[in-house]
Design a protein around this ligand. Structure first.
Ligand code: TXA
Ligand code: MG
Length: 327
């Protein structure tokens, strides 16, 4: 049975006790909720894969308290140090070669020579890390292939304890950069715009495009899919469709008559009425979920500018569509 507790002293003690015993606990980060377990323990890590129904070939991100601890787990080169100094704690994951005998279970990184590491900024996550005193492996707390959880209600049913901490701030997962080679590669668009990262360390190869040999195993799997079918870059609403709006709605029509702004609440969500991309990112997964819950079968999605964090929002929407084309 899934139980949510608030992160007061009692809740924290229970969560840390379970983690010490090798169990999984869901907890908030600044990006999305994570499903955490002791990263050193193959058995604990196996429970994460089981709870999410996640393929064993898809590696997990390991979370630590600071760049020093990260440096004990992976080889941080100069560029990695620059990024770590600027963005940690925060929504950046660095993939780099594992330090030998770093104590992290091989299963956590799916047997790869590299490991993804992140220093989370969320107070509850940091508090749990501090009390545990060991690194925590934590993927997003959704069932594999479904929408990431930005609230405790959206966390997978397959977990006994959720440390509840309200809606997550960013609403999108961390940006992932692979620095295991001389050329940095972007593995996932995320909460930190890629433009900002390039401004610090120079050009990054975009490894997020579909490819036969993706560097990030996660990219080959079905992802971020709501139940409803999405139609992107919509300029009007087809009869029967729900609408995921962005920005001004006044002039958007429903084919056959009527205005989009008059759609019933169950069929209308606006990611950001003022056209703010950070707000859109924050709302993306919860709005898609709400439309699913409202019974939407098809959803028209208005265009979202492909700049800054808008690129990560569009990436999630495109992947949701791909998953639906090829289930
Ligand atoms: O914001 C986040 O990153 C959240 C919070 C909880 O930290 N975590 C998260 O984890 O989104 P997850 O497992 O849902 O996504 C991690 C992605 C996967 O696509 C995985 O394939 C990729 O990171 N990844 C992890 N380690 C990797 C590695 N060593 N090499 C390549 N890709 C890696
Ligand atoms: Mg995920």
């Amino acid at each position: 049975m899934r139980r949510a507790v608030i992160a007061d002293e009692k809740g924290m003690e229970e969560a840390v006790r379970l983690l010490r015993q090798g169990e999984c606990v869901a907890l908030p980060s600044e990006t999305v909720y994570g499903l955490a377990a002791d990263a050193r323990s193959p058995q604990a890590v196996a429970k994460i894969f089981a709870a999410k129904d996640r393929p064993a070939e898809n590696p997990l991100i390991v979370h630590v308290l600071d760049a020093h601890e990260a440096g004990q787990l992976i080889k941080l080169d100069d560029k990695a140090q620059v990024l770590a100094a600027r963005y940690w704690p925060g929504p950046l994951t660095i993939v780099a070669l594992r330090q030998s005998n770093n104590g992290i279970a091989r299963e956590a990184s799916a047997g790869l020579p590299t490991l993804g590491v992140r220093v989370p900024a969320h107070k509850i996550f940091r508090d749990v890390l501090q009390r545990c005193g060991f690194p925590l492996a934590a993927p997003s707390a959704n069932a594999s292939g479904t929408l990431s959880a930005t609230t405790p209600q959206l966390v997978t049913k397959n977990v006994s304890l959720i440390l509840a901490g309200g809606a997550t701030d960013k609403g999108l997962e961390s940006t992932i950069v692979d620095l295991s080679d001389n050329t940095p590669v972007l593995l996932r668009h995320g909460a930190i715009p890629i433009e900002d990262i390039e401004a610090l360390i120079g050009p990054i190869t975009d490894g997020t495009r579909p490819s036969k040999t993706p560097k990030s195993p996660g990219q080959t799997f079905r992802h971020y899919a709501p139940r409803a079918l999405l139609r992107l870059n919509a300029v009007d609403v087809e009869p029967g469709e729900a609408l995921l709006a962005f920005g001004e709605l006044r002039f958007m029509g429903v084919k056959g008559g009527g205005w989009a702004k008059d759609l019933p609440e169950a069929k209308l969500r606006n990611l950001s009425p003022n056209g703010d991309l950070d707000e859109a990112a924050h709302n993306l997964f919860s709005h898609l979920h709400a439309l699913d819950e409202g019974g939407a079968i098809r959803v028209a999605v208005m265009a979202i500018p492909d700049v800054g964090v808008g690129r990560a929002v569009n990436d999630r929407l495109r992947r949701a569509c791909q998953a639906q084309e090829k289930p």
